[in-house]
Design a protein around this ligand. Structure first.
Ligand code: PMP
Length: 426
């Protein structure tokens, strides 16, 4: 019996499914989760001492690699001064200033402790600001597990087959209108019918919770245009894409500026952090200067702010995102080449340090329906073959992959070699 298996059995006694977030349970690929002992750089080491090249990176935050010495040292220094004060610190201002410098749409920002809180708060703000109830999201996009957003949701909700979760009141869900990602005509048509009832559109500017789907040319621009024409707010959920697809996030890459942006993952460098921010006149509706209530006991936590600040400092180094993008391209191109050699039909998407692999004979995958045509059983076999060979991919065909700046050329080549062997076995 492996140590991971023992830990998994023990975990299930008091933790539902033995995990504290569903997609960790390997439900999308079968088998049992690997329990992690420690991690460093591009690698994670499990409870049995096996090392993996990691392409999850804690689902995005570890863009500078695991346990980066400078981040750990900064956190260590911060920790001895106290873990939480429930009163403001200068660290919060430092991180807010830096975030507003980097992200084009942000004049003001409020810190939260998770991406879910950030999106939930952004939706409340949009409703409070516009005085309207209806929101638009896109099928297969995941914006955390706030009630209004668990409608046709992606990520673990999709992997587990509960995109519309029980427990969300129908009276609330009916205010969430869901359209097809990358379908600008649908957006225009819906706004033409009921534009004056819509508080906001929330969108992942690169969808990363139904595998990885970039926006088609014109899609984000269309969202900007209809929101402007109808007095609705445009929210970019950059919890995943923020500081990853470019230094200024997807809004900098595609040059479309939302009214409100949500952040998470990278902004906390591995500590629990989220944030929402945007136009000054919109953010001035947030308590205590405005009437829209939003709060958090641990929001702006000094350890989390410190990890975030150090991570943003590291990824602001000249050429960081060019190098990250090049590494990711090497990986994806390499895997596509070995798939071709093996005669396995595959397609890929990549934006910056984010990528998606699809087992399909379609040349492109650009919406949820097309993701649905991919061979998830084959992905499951590929996942396990890769895990066996020491490569840790996300345990679901509906998740994006992440590369860190610590992935070396040798790591990438080892991964491509592992993929060649795995694909030959399929
Ligand atoms: N939005 C997006 C785009 C995400 O990818 C996620 C998490 N995967 C969330 C929101 C929710 O963030 P958290 O898990 O920190 O609550």
């Amino acid at each position: 019996m492996t140590r991971s298996h023992e830990l998994f059995l023990a975990a299930q006694k008091h933790i539902p499914g033995g995990v504290n977030s569903p997609v960790r349970a390997f439900k999308g690929v079968g088998g049992e989760p690997v329990f992690i002992d420690h991690a460093s750089g591009a690698y994670m080491v499990d409870a049995d001492g096996k090392r993996y090249i990691d392409y999850i990176g804690s689902w995005g935050p570890m863009i500078c690699g695991h346990a980066h010495p400078e981040v750990i040292e900064a956190v260590r220094e911060a920790a001895v001064r106290g873990l939480s004060f429930g009163a403001p610190t200068g660290l919060e201002t430092q991180l807010a200033d830096r975030v507003c410098e980097l992200v084009p749409s942000m004049d003001m920002v409020r810190m939260t402790s998770s991406g879910t809180e950030a999106t939930m708060s952004a939706i409340r703000l949009a409703r409070g600001f516009t005085g309207r109830d209806k929101i638009i999201k896109f099928e297969g996009c995941y914006h955390g597990h706030g009630d209004s957003l668990l409608v046709k949701a992606g990520s673990g909700a999709l992997t587990l087959g509960v995109p519309n979760s029980p427990g969300v009141p129908a009276a609330l869900a009916e205010h969430t209108l869901t359209l097809d990602y990358n379908n600008a005509d649908q957006v225009r048509e819906l706004f033409a019918r009921m534009g004056d009832e819509i508080a906001c559109i929330i969108v992942e500017p690169v969808a990363g919770n139904m595998n990885c789907i970039p926006p088609l040319p014109g899609f984000l621009e269309c969202l900007r245009e209809v929101c402007d024409a109808h007095g609705a707010l445009l929210i970019f959920d950059e919890v995943m894409t923020g500081f990853r697809v470019a230094l200024g996030g997807a809004q900098a890459l595609y040059q479309v500026t939302p009214d409100v942006t949500t952040l998470g993952k990278v902004i906390g460098g591995g500590m629990p952090v989220g944030a929402f921010g945007g136009r000054r006149d919109v953010m001035q509706h947030v308590a205590p200067i405005g009437p829209v209530y939003q709060a958090g006991t641990l929001s702006g936590n000094p350890i989390a702010m410190t990890a975030g600040l150090k991570t943003l400092e590291l990824l602001s180094a000249p050429g960081f995102h060019d190098r990250l993008t090049a590494k990711t391209k090497t990986l994806v191109d390499g895997i596509m080449a070995v798939a071709k050699n093996a005669g396995v039909p595959m397609t890929s998407n990549q934006v910056g340090g984010m990528f998606g692999l699809f087992f399909t004979d379609q040349p492109t995958v650009s919406n949820f329906a097309e993701v649905g045509h991919c061979d998830t059983a084959r992905f499951g076999r590929f996942f396990h073959a890769m895990l066996d060979k020491g490569v840790y991919l996300a345990p679901s065909a509906y998740e994006a992959g992440f590369v860190s700046i610590m992935h070396s050329d040798e790591d990438l080549q080892q991964t491509i070699d592992a993929a060649a062997a795995a694909l030959a076995e399929l």
